[in-house]
Ligand binder design. Structure first.
Ligand SMILES: [Zn+2]
Ligand SMILES: [Zn+2]
Length: 147
């Protein structure tokens, strides 16, 4: 048997692993075809878990009014650059809303995102600010005047 150099061994190893990976992928594809509901369920669970993780990381409440009812909360792009990001993410062929959560996880929960309830989110979208902020500003001014 001819002696293999280190490089040849590494190359053989790489080929072997590539082959194993191909076989595993093919198996998984076949399995997915056979039991699509199992995979759908699994990916739904992954989505739910990803959402939970993201909500937790952003404090589980609206960054504006501190609403904690999960059903009212959603991710918001602080600088309103959501459309641009969605275009970027769409290039990678993911479902857009889903991938914002995964994007947040991949990027270690950046401050460019925040949780907002629908009220605050809509107000920010329509007016560019939320009335809560005005109320808080007035309160601050009032407190400063009283102090
Ligand atoms: Zn809110
Ligand atoms: Zn608000």
């Amino acid at each position: 048997m001819a002696m293999q150099t280190k490089e040849q061994k590494a190359e053989a190893n790489r080929k072997w692993y590539a082959k194993v990976k191909d076989i595993q992928c093919a198996k998984r594809r076949a399995d997915r075809k056979k039991r699509p509901e199992v995979y759908l369920q699994r990916s739904r669970m992954a989505d739910v878990n990803a959402k939970k993780r993201v909500f937790m990381a952003y404090g589980n409440k609206c960054a504006c009014c501190e609403e904690t009812q999960r059903e009212f909360l959603s991710l918001d792009h602080v600088n309103n650059d959501g459309a641009k990001q969605r275009r970027e993410l769409n290039k990678t062929n993911h479902k857009s809303t889903r991938s914002t959560y995964y994007w947040a996880i991949r990027n270690n929960f950046p401050l460019s995102l925040q949780l907002l309830c629908y009220n605050c989110n809509m107000s920010k979208g329509f007016r560019g600010y939320c009335p809560h902020q005005i109320r808080r500003l007035k309160q601050d001014v009032h407190e400063q005047a009283v102090a």
